[in-house]
Every structure is written in C-alpha cells, then in structure tokens.
Design a protein around this ligand. Structure first.
Ligand SMILES: [Zn+2]
Length: 603
C-alpha cells in the first residue's frame, strides 16, 4: 500500500474529527472560548486521523478476505478504498442512527453487543430483534454506499476521481460554516411578538414524584386537605410521562412543550469542555455521534469533563422566557436544568443555588437579578436548620439521634436521612423565597419546584408501602415508617401556604413529572417505567371535576393559553381543552404562531 493511500485514510479521519468538532462548537455556540474550540478541534482531528489509519489497516485486511474467500475481483486500491468507505460510513450511520433511537440516554456499543447476545437470541425480545434489524440495515446501507462509490471510481478517469476527492474535502471543510451562516440568518428573522392577556396570573408548583395513586389514597383519607380543595375546584388527572422518566428531561418538556430531542435536555449529566468553571456550556455525549469511548479518552486528557445538564444546553424557549418576553413579571425557583440562572423580567433562582455555600460569589451565576441575591441567601441560610416539629413528623428519632441532629445539624444524620434532610432544606428554602416574593407583590407568573418527594420516594417509600416489611431492618423500619407520608403532608401544607398568598383568580397548576411504583425486586420503588404523575389545575374557566387526558408535553401549551398567549405549532403538546368551560373557550379562542425558536437564540 502506497504512502499516499495512508495519507488519504488519515485525511478522511481527520476531516471527520474536524466536522464533529465544528458540530460541537456550533451546537453550543455560547460563551465557549475559541481557543477551547481550537484545542478540541485539534485533538479530535488527530484522534480521528488515527482512527482513519486503523480503518485503512482494516480495509487492507478486509479486501484480502473478500478477494480470497468471497472471490471478489477488481482493482486492489479501489477495493481497499471501498471497504474503508463502507467501514467509516457504518460507524457514522451507527452512532447517528442510534443517537435518535436511544435519545434518552447515551448509547453504548458494548451494550448493544451485549443485548444482541442476551436478548436477540436467548430469549428473543422485541427490543433485541429491533436492534438486530437496525444493525443489519446499517451494514447493508454501508455496503451499498461503498459499492456505489466503487462503481463511480471505476467509471471516472483517475484525474477526475482525484479532483472529485479534493472537491469533497474542501466542501467538508466549509460545510459547518455554511450551515452556521444559514442558521444565524434564520435566527435573524423577527420572532412573533408576544402579548399576554392583562390580569391573568399563574402559580405553578412543580412537585417531583407526586404520585397519582398514592396521592389519591391520601386524598380519599382526608390527609391532604389543600390538594383536596384544589382538586375539588378544578381539573384533576394522572399525568402521562416518558419512559424512562428521568427528571431533567421531563421537567424540561413540561417547561417547553417540546419533545426531548427538540429541547436537548436528555439526561442528568452531559460533558463539558475541559477547563470550564462549575457551570459552563455542556456538551451532550450524543453530539460526538454518540461515542462515549471517545469522550472517556478525552476526559482522561482533560479535554472534556462530565457535569450536570445546564440551562444553556436547552434549545427550546421555556414558558418563563416567553412570559418574560411578553412583559409579565416572572419568578422561577429551583427548576431542573436551570443553572446558570437566565435573565428574566423578574427573579430566577437556579437549581444549583441551594447546593452552593450561599456566598455572593457562588450565587453570582445562580440568582438573577443581582439585587435579589441577599434575600435568596438569607432565606436559604435560614432553611438550613429545619424546624424541630418537621424532624419529629418525618422520623421516629431515638433520643441520641435527636441530640446529634440538634448539635451537629443534618450532615451528622445517617445517609438516607441526610439525603432527605438536604431535600427538605432545598424545598423549604425555595418555599421561603416564594413567600418572600409573594409578600412583596404577586408576580403574574410564579413557578416553584420541590424535589423532596422524589428523594423520599427513593429513600423511604418502601418503609411505608413495602409488600414485605419483615425483610426490612426493624430499626430502620421504625425510623422511616412515617417519612414518606409525612413528606406528602408537608408538601400539602406548603401548597396551602402558597395558595393562601395569591389572589383568588390565580390559576394554580400542581404538576409532577412522574409517580413512584414498586418495580422489580420487593421493596424496590422507582419510576423508570414512567408511572403517571399528577396534574391539578384550577382557576377561572377551569371545569370543576374535569379529568383531561394529559401528557407532560401539554403543560406549556395549556399554561400559555391561560395567560392569553399564542401556542406554537412546533410544540408537540396541546391545550387541555376538555378541562375548560366551553363558554370560556368560545370567549378566548386559541391563538397560535408557527414557532418561538427566535426567543431562544438571544443568549
Ligand atoms: Zn427520582
């Protein structure tokens, strides 16, 4: 094999790396320093050039095998190039295809092979068969493309073929810049003006893991009077969600009305570019064409680092952005994937805020506007010591545990209790901020997110609802038996407090991202299978006793409609019309615009 051929393989690989780097850069066109891109692009090009050389080696072997065992005739060099092209196309198609199939999680090649072995053959499952079918389709497509390339090469004189290769290379180098230029031109289109009907107000309480069935039973037993009052006043229904129901992606769908690939918050974590401070634009693994191994190597080199998903990877505008652009006074507290805090006509406290040391420097990126920082810090600080009666309601504490908690605070508690107490600090801190905002004057839109029921679900739900309590540790059973129920009651009391501070004509949304259910082994409560959450909705025009068929993607369209704002055609969700009185719908017809994309580009 000649040197020029090896150079060709390395060049093809490097071009791939370059294109991936450009994709990463433009998809996260934020505050990323161009020196960071140059470094990443360089390493990607080198990495993929090496992959190209390896591909060349495989092509050499592959062609020999084909010639000897497949009795394939033809020009040696062209044969090797066709095999190489087939291999490369397969890898690209493979990750591209599976990125969309498995959009909710990082797809791993090893996992696929394992699934093929364990599921496709012994025993055959629908998912395993699907995987196998997709894989075969990809192999066939790659082979067909490589064959077409081979034919094209044979048909062209050598000089023309080389020119074609050079043109393709140049086009490859220019493609991302062209795409980006077209995209920024499209972004320059004026987004539709946003108008809201004056006087409409919304209180949105997001309660992670509030379960339809458990809440229903507690409601029937009269244990949750405030939620019961809301349910009696308006619509109450189970809320369908995604499978698997991972909180960041579901809450972002709730906030945008868009599907997961469209809003791009796909998981709990993502990769960020190396050297970034705590909260920086983060890069989804899928953007490296789904290749987690490349990312792992780059992680070792310090080029990328894993971190939590952040607000600046969200591609679709959230309802708070739209409300704020419409001139509404807006407050958003603790929402998933909302760090760093976004500038709003109002107040935003990110989900990171409660996890910081509450210093002014730590809160700088987590609270908007800067003038709200001292109030936020004071409320969160006060919430770090939970009231004694809450501790007594949540846990059956031994005298020693009680004394330890009193002296050393929640950090001295055993692991499960510590987790629950951290969530309690988080929730009660955000609740205090919400009350402080309401006391200063009710904003048109106040959205607050509470996480504690999810933590309690993971840590303590089985002590209450176990199918086999005898298998549990008796001391732990005694400590945590009441925890989940007590947290439901606490949440109900908080809902009552907030509802008591808003005007009677306020629309109240109570929404959860999923429920909790017994999954798999006894005592294992989880929500991967997407047990339904809850929607309670009340306010002027909402039909009491209605039970809309609701999905998490319907929340934003419904919220926009109630604010008197148009719903975007690009939203997959719908307005929950069956929860609204016909006269109300007649008086306020549904308005729509094609897209709100323009409200997300100005970052
Ligand atoms: Zn959870």
């Amino acid at each position: 094999m000649k040197r020029s051929e090896w150079i060709g393989y390395a060049t093809a690989g490097a071009l791939c790396g370059y294109l991936i780097g450009a994709l990463l850069f433009f998809d996260n066109r934020l505050s990323l320093a161009s020196s960071g891109f140059a470094k990443l692009g360089f390493y990607l090009a080198v990495f993929y050039a090496l992959a190209g050389l390896a591909g060349g080696g495989l092509a050499l072997l592959g062609w020999r095998v084909l010639r000897r065992w497949g009795r394939v005739e033809g020009d040696e060099r062209a044969g090797r190039q066709a095999v190489f092209a087939g291999l490369f196309l397969f890898v690209l198609l493979f990750f591209w295809n599976f990125d969309s199939f498995y959009h909710h999680s990082t797809f791993e090649f090893g996992l696929l092979v394992w699934r093929l072995l364990t599921e496709s053959f012994v025993p055959v499952t629908a998912e395993g068969a699907l995987n196998l079918g997709i894989l075969l389709l990809l192999v066939a497509t790659s082979a067909a493309l490589a064959w077409a390339l081979l034919r094209l090469r044979a048909a062209l004189p050598a000089g023309r073929w080389q020119t074609l290769c050079r043109v393709l290379l140049a086009a490859g180098l220019l493609v991302p810049w062209g795409v980006e230029a077209a995209r920024s031109l499209a972004d320059r289109e004026t987004p539709p003006p946003l108008l809201a009907r004056p006087g409409r107000r919304i209180l949105f309480i997001g309660i992670d893991a509030l379960d339809w069935k458990i809440a229903g039973e507690l409601l029937a037993a009269g244990e949750l009077p405030h939620l019961q009052a809301l349910a009696a006043r308006g619509a109450a229904a189970p809320l369908e969600t995604y499978v698997p129901a991972y909180s960041p992606m579901v809450w972002t769908t709730i906030a945008t009305g868009r599907e997961i690939p469209d809003h791009n918050i796909r998981h709990f974590s993502a990769y960020g570019l190396g050297g970034a401070v705590a909260v920086q634009p983060l890069v989804e693994p899928s953007l490296l064409l789904g290749n987690p191994y490349v990312l792992r190597v780059f992680g070792q080199l310090g080029l990328v680092q894993p971190g939590s998903v952040t607000s600046n990877t969200r591609r679709a505008p959230a309802f708070w952005e739209l409300a704020s652009h419409a001139g509404l006074n807006t407050a958003v507290l603790g929402w998933w994937a909302s760090a760093p805090a976004e500038p709003l006509n109002g107040i935003m406290v990110s989900d990171y805020a409660t996890h910081t040391d509450l210093s002014a420097a730590a809160l700088e990126a987590q609270v908007y506007p800067p003038t709200a920082r001292s109030m936020v810090a004071a409320e969160l600080q006060a919430a770090r010591q939970p009231p004694r009666e809450w501790l007594e309601q949540l846990f059956a504490l031994t005298p020693e545990q009680g004394a330890l908690l009193k002296d050393q605070g929640p950090d001295a508690a055993p692991p499960a209790m510590r987790e629950i107490l951290h969530s309690l600090q988080h929730d009660s801190g955000l609740l205090a901020i919400a009350k402080s905002i309401l006391h200063a004057g009710q904003p048109e839109l106040l959205a607050v997110y509470l996480e504690g029921l999810d933590t309690v679900g993971h840590m303590a739900l089985h002590y209450w609802l176990s199918a086999d309590p005898a298998s549990l540790d008796p001391a732990e059973l005694a400590t945590y038996h009441q925890t989940a129920k007590a947290y439901y009651r606490l949440v109900d009391a908080w809902v009552g407090e907030l509802c008591g501070l808003v005007t009677p004509d306020t629309y109240v949304f109570i929404v959860s991202d999923h429920g909790f259910t017994l999954e798999g082994p006894p005592n294992y409560f989880h929500h991967k299978s997407g047990p339904p959450g809850v929607i309670l909705l009340s306010g002027p025009g909402v039909l009491a006793g209605s039970t809309p068929r609701a999905h998490v993607r319907d929340i934003t369209p419904t919220l926009l409609y109630l604010l008197g704002m148009p719903v975007a055609g690009e939203m997959e969700g719908r307005v929950l019309e069956e929860a609204l009185a016909p006269e109300f719908r007649g008086k306020y017809p549904l308005l729509s615009v094609p897209s709100y994309a323009g409200y997300r580009s100005a970052r």
